[in-house]
Design a binder for this molecule. Structure first.
Ligand SMILES: O=P(O)(O)OP(=O)(O)OP(=O)(O)OC[C@H]1O[C@@H](n2cnc3c(O)ncnc32)[C@H](O)[C@@H]1O
Ligand SMILES: [Mg+2]
Length: 202
């Protein structure tokens, strides 16, 4: 079976591929958007991660006919009432400018004391396939926003996120450590039974 991972974010796509490879999905050939003909993608207009993940996965399945997984994710910061949330990728006003996004958050939280710097990474993964198959799962990873960026692994807000139970940021974890703990790892592992079922029936 072919499975399409519908993301334009190379670092995110790398994590999705790595997590699925680690789980050893025998007989599933994983493709990215660069492996299929281009198709129009609707903007991410929904107010929830679940809604946006479904939009992206439906676009991909409708255009290619391949079972498709999309990930909509972000960081929800307690002191910002859950924002940036679905706006995480464009928080500074420029889509995908990771450094500007995290610097804006650090500035916004400058006067927020240590005990109120809680946050959660959230990942929703939507699987859309034949016969009306639509499954959406969610993984969360709690932690705190640091006072300065640290670490070079990962992407996005990783350099300013210190996961619960750890002294380092998620950008200082190895890729394998991050996958074991992360919102994305948790969400994708929840999709495994559906993926195996789909593959068995294909
Ligand atoms: O929509 P696609 O094409 O998949 O790519 P994107 O980068 O626009 O992805 P999202 O719309 O889901 O936005 C997610 C943003 O949240 C942040 N983010 C998500 N997962 C993260 C992680 O594991 N570590 C750090 N930041 C993360 C990061 O800034 C992303 O750009
Ligand atoms: Mg996006």
């Amino acid at each position: 079976m072919k499975l399409l991972l519908a993301s334009r974010n190379a670092k995110k796509l790398g994590e999705l591929r790595r997590i699925l490879a680690f789980e050893g999905l025998e007989g599933i050939e994983v493709l990215g958007l660069s492996d299929v003909p281009e198709f129009p993608e609707a903007p991410e207009t929904e107010p929830t991660f679940e809604g946006n993940a479904l939009l992206k996965a439906r676009d991909a399945f409708n255009a290619t006919g391949l079972p498709s997984v999309a990930d909509d994710s972000g960081i929800a910061i307690d002191a910002l009432n859950g924002m940036p949330g679905v706006l995480s990728a464009r928080w500074s006003g420029r889509h995908g400018d990771d450094l500007a996004n995290l610097e804006l958050v650090l500035g916004q939280l400058r006067d927020v004391p240590d005990e109120r710097r809680g946050a959660a990474f959230v990942c929703t993964a939507a699987l859309v396939g034949p016969d009306g198959l639509e499954v959406v799962v969610r993984g969360e990873w709690r932690g705190e926003i640091t006072r300065e960026p640290r670490g070079a692994n990962g992407f996005g807000y990783d350099p300013i996120f210190r996961p619960e139970g750890h002294e380092v940021t998620s950008a200082e974890l190895t890729p394998e450590e991050k996958d074991k703990l992360s919102h994305r790892g948790r969400a994708l592992r929840l999709l495994l039974p559906e993926l195996r079922k789909l593959n068995a029936g294909s």
